[in-house]
Design a protein around this ligand. Structure first.
Ligand code: PGA
Length: 259
C-alpha cells in the first residue's frame, strides 16, 4: 500500500517532498519530474527553491499533468503559464525541457497521443507530484475515469469548475474541457507522491487510500502503484482509519529507505 506521512503543516509536507526530489536530481541529473498545478504542490516548489540552489538542474525534464482546452497559453491561468511562473522560472529549469499538454483547439484531436509519445521518448516520469480534488480526481481524471486511461480530452465536472473558479474572474471563464494524463499514464510513473492538505480533502484522501478500488474515486488508483507516498496534514488525515498505524510505521522507518 501507499506510505502515508502525516505532517503538522503543508510547509512541513513540502519540505519532505522537496528533500526527496533533491535526492533524486542529485543522483539522476536527467530526472523526469511530473509536475502538478493547483494550490497543493506550492509548498513543494517553495521548499525546492533554496534546496536546488547550487544543484545542476540543466538536464532535468518536466511534464505537467494537465491543461485547460481552448485557453490561450499566455492566459495567466493556463497551466502552461502557471507551471512557467511557479516552477520553471523560480527553480531555473530549462523551459524547453518542460512540457505541458497542448490545449490549443488546433490539433486537439491528436494532442493526447502526441503527449503520450513525448512521455515515452523521455523515458517516463521518475517522480510524479499529485494533488487530489474534493471529488477524488487526480490530474483532471474525474469520477468514472478508467484506470487504463491515457492522455486525452475530458469534460470538467461542475464541482471542479466551481473549485477552480477562484483562479478566474467568474465561473463562466473556467474552461469546460481539459486535456489530462490518464490514470494509466500516471500509474506508469516510477514514484507517485500525492499531497493533500485541509479538511476539505479528508474524505477524498480516506476514500483513495482505504476505500475500494473504484473508477468512481480516481485517486484510489494509487492503491495499484508499487511505490506511492501520500503526504497529508492533520486536517486531511482526520477520516483515515489507520492513521495511528501510519504514524507508527513512519516514525519507525529505517532512514536509508527515503520516501
Ligand atoms: P488544489 O487542487 O491543489 O488546488 O486543491 C487539487 C486538484 O484539483 O487536483
Amino acid at each position: 500500500m501507499a506510505e502515508v506521512v502525516i505532517v503538522p503543516t503543508p510547509a512541513a509536507g513540502g519540505e519532505i517532498v522537496a528533500d526527496e526530489i533533491v535526492r533524486l536530481v542529485r543522483s539522476t541529473p536527467t530526472a523526469v519530474l511530473g509536475l502538478a498545478t493547483g494550490s497543493t504542490p506550492l509548498p513543494v516548489y517553495e521548499a525546492l527553491r533554496p534546496r536546488l540552489a547550487g544543484v545542476d538542474v540543466s538536464q532535468v525534464r518536466g511534464f505537467a499533468l494537465d491543461e485547460y482546452v481552448g485557453i490561450e497559453p499566455r492566459h495567466p491561468e493556463s497551466y502552461r503559464a502557471v507551471i512557467t511562473r511557479e516552477v520553471v522560472e523560480p527553480l531555473g529549469l530549462d523551459p524547453d525541457r518542460v512540457q505541458v499538454p497542448d490545449g490549443s483547439l488546433d490539433g486537439i484531436e491528436h494532442a493526447g497521443s502526441d503527449y503520450e509519445a513525448a512521455l515515452r521518448t523521455a523515458g517516463g516520469v521518475d517522480l510524479q507530484i499529485l494533488g487530489i480534488g474534493t471529488d477524488g480526481h487526480i490530474g483532471f481524471n474525474e469520477p468514472g475515469s478508467s484506470f487504463a486511461s491515457l492522455t486525452r480530452v475530458k469534460t470538467l465536472t461542475a464541482q471542479t469548475r466551481e473549485d477552480n473558479a477562484r483562479f478566474f474572474d467568474s465561473i463562466d471563464q473556467v474552461p469546460m474541457h481539459c486535456i489530462t494524463q490518464g490514470l494509466g499514464t500516471i500509474l506508469r510513473a516510477r514514484h507517485l507522491v500525492l499531497l493533500a492538505f485541509g479538511a476539505g480533502k479528508a474524505d477524498a484522501v480516506a476514500g483513495a487510500l482505504e476505500g475500494p478500488l473504484s473508477a468512481s474515486l480516481p485517486g484510489s488508483a494509487i492503491q495499484l502503484h508499487p511505490h506511492a507516498t501520500v503526504v497529508v496534514d492533520e486536517a486531511a488525515a482526520t477520516a483515515l482509519r489507520f492513521a495511528d498505524y501510519y504514524r507508527y510505521t513512519f516514525a519507525n522507518k529505517p532512514e536509508w529507505q527515503g520516501l
